[in-house]
Each structure stands twice: as structure tokens, then as C-alpha cells.
Design a protein. Structure first.
Length: 298
């Protein structure tokens, strides 16, 4: 039985994934699944970099605004289940599923590249672990489950935290064998470091001008706790600290900028280990089209 063909777009934050996804969807009759752990939540728009209705250009988007941040902790398994259902429905409509986003754990779970035991999120533990450095997280995991620590990506805090969460609940991380579910073409976007950093800076400025601080104030008014916003990371974490009076505005901006650049570096480090990714500069759309077209026709 032939596997369903899926196009995925990966790359560091601010590399142009969203714009390319729209271009590919228009060219190849596609629909888009957002693989982003914060864009699944309603109200998390500017801070998560969620695409606007205008930017969608009429292309259907899936897995945006599907969870309430005040009551639900959306997991990678939740995403995998919903995204697979969305992809199946797209195929039945004759559409090409295009999966784009920066939460690579979500993407790998959806594709079947990894599996995880059914351990529910432990929000208090996650909040505590978010304050630790990668080496501290790794040391903590090694004490809980040395076997899992040997094979984990030491530079991926999300995986480290989830592994600690599972090991805390079960005593160890079970070895669950993944199964590839789709025929996948992965497009990776790569930019010179200086250009990427410039994009990150410009994006932060635009989001702040558009009201990113007000967005967090509105989330607080809706009942999203300080602790929950801290756990949502990056922009939400440091804006929360600013609103609590723990840091000033300038420090908030500097922290978001520096942490975003560090996050982009960690994303690239992880992605560069995957030999199946086809790398392109974002503006090289003709070369991307020339790669996508034969894949879909095969």
C-alpha cells in the first residue's frame, strides 16, 4: 500500500516558513497544518507568530486556535492524532497536506518518527524544569534514567523536560518503537546568520508595536495564570516578568531577542542532524518547486 505524500517545511524561527507554505499551497493545491505548540491555543497570536487571516490568502489552515490556554495543556500526542485526521481529510478532498511549524516534537510525533507513552503533562513539574539549563536538565534525567539520557539530544530542552516528566511518572522512559506513517518530502529553510538575526529583530519590533504586551495583559484578564504564561516560554515568559515588575521594558526586549536567537541556533543544530532534509534559501522558490513537483508526481 502506497503511503500518503506529505510535504513538511522546517527551519529556524523567522526563516520564512509561513510565507513559503502559502506559496506551495497555492502552486500545488495544498492545505496547511500548523505544527506549533503555542499556536494551537486561542489568544496566543502575536507572541506565537500566528498567521493572520489576510496572510492566509484563502488557504485553509488547520490546528490553529483549537485549545483553551486556561484549561488545557495540549500535548504532542493530541497534535499527532488531530493532524493525522486533518491530513486524511485533505487527501480525500484531493489536497496536498503541507505541515509547517517550529515545534519539531509535534512534527515527529505526527509523522510517526517517534512515539511516546501516555503520560499526561505535569504542569508544576514543567514550570520548575523550565528554569533549568540544558546541562542541569540532562543531569537530572541521567539520575532518573541513564539509558534514556544516553540517546537523547542534550541540546533540546523540550525533549529533556518531557523525558524527565515520563521518567518521574513511570520510573524510566519506555523504549517505544516508532513507525513512519507517510511518504515525506521535507523542505528546510536556511539563511545566513546575520540575515536570520536581522529577521528576528525586525519581527520582535513589529510584534511589540502591534500590541504583544497588551495581548498578554488580555490573557491574564481571561484567567491565564502567571505560571501558565511562564510555561509557554519565550515572549510570554519575559512579558509576564515585565508585567509582574520583575524586569523593566528594555530588559524584557533584550531577553526576548537573545533567547529567540539562541532558540534559532538550537533548532538548526537539531535539524542539521537529519540527512533527509532538502535545504534551500527561502527566496529560491524555483528550485523548491523543481523538487516538490516530481515528488508529487511519482
Amino acid at each position: 500500500m502506497k503511503k500518503t505524500k506529505i510535504i513538511t517545511i522546517v527551519g529556524p524561527t523567522a526563516s520564512g516558513k509561513t510565507a513559503l507554505s502559502i506559496t506551495l499551497a497555492q502552486r500545488f493545491s495544498g492545505e496547511i497544518i500548523s505544527a506549533d505548540s503555542r499556536q494551537v491555543y486561542r489568544g496566543l497570536d502575536l507572541g506565537s507568530g500566528k498567521i493572520s487571516r489576510e496572510e492566509m490568502a484563502g488557504i485553509p489552515h488547520h490546528l490553529l486556535d483549537v485549545a483553551d490556554p486556561t484549561t488545557i495543556v495540549y500535548t504532542a500526542q493530541d497534535f499527532a492524532t488531530a493532524a493525522r485526521a486533518a491530513a486524511t481529510a485533505m487527501i480525500e478532498r484531493g489536497k496536498v497536506p503541507i505541515v509547517v511549524g517550529g515545534t519539531f516534537l509535534y512534527l515527529e510525533m505526527f509523522l510517526g518518527k517517534m512515539s511516546a507513552p501516555a503520560v499526561p503533562p505535569n504542569l508544576p513539574l514543567r514550570t520548575e524544569l523550565e528554569t533549568l539549563t540544558n546541562p542541569e536538565l540532562y543531569q537530572k534525567l541521567a539520575l532518573l534514567d541513564s539509558a534514556r539520557a544516553e540517546g537523547i539530544d542534550k541540546d533540546n530542552p523540550r525533549r529533556l523536560i518531557r523525558a524527565i516528566e515520563i521518567a518521574t511518572a513511570l520510573g524510566h522512559v519506555p523504549n517505544v518503537q516508532p513507525e513512519a506513517l507517510y511518504n515525506v518530502l521535507t523542505i528546510g529553510l536556511s539563511l545566513p546568520k546575520e540575515t536570520l538575526h536581522s529577521n528576528i529583530e525586525k519581527r520582535l519590533k513589529l510584534r511589540l508595536e502591534a500590541g504583544m504586551v497588551t495581548e498578554v495583559e488580555n490573557l491574564l484578564a481571561l484567567g491565564v495564570s502567571f505560571e501558565r504564561l511562564e510555561a509557554l516560554g519565550l515572549e510570554y515568559r519575559y512579558i509576564t516578568r515585565y508585567l509582574k515588575g520583575e524586569i523593566d521594558y528594555e530588559t524584557m526586549c533584550t531577553e526576548i531577542l537573545n533567547k529567540s536567537k539562541q532558540f534559532a541556533k538550537r533548532q538548526l543544530t537539531w535539524l542539521k542532524r537529519d540527512d533527509s532534509i532538502n535545504w534551500f534559501e527561502p527566496k529560491n522558490t524555483e528550485a523548491i518547486f523543481s523538487t516538490v513537483q516530481p515528488f508529487l508526481k511519482d
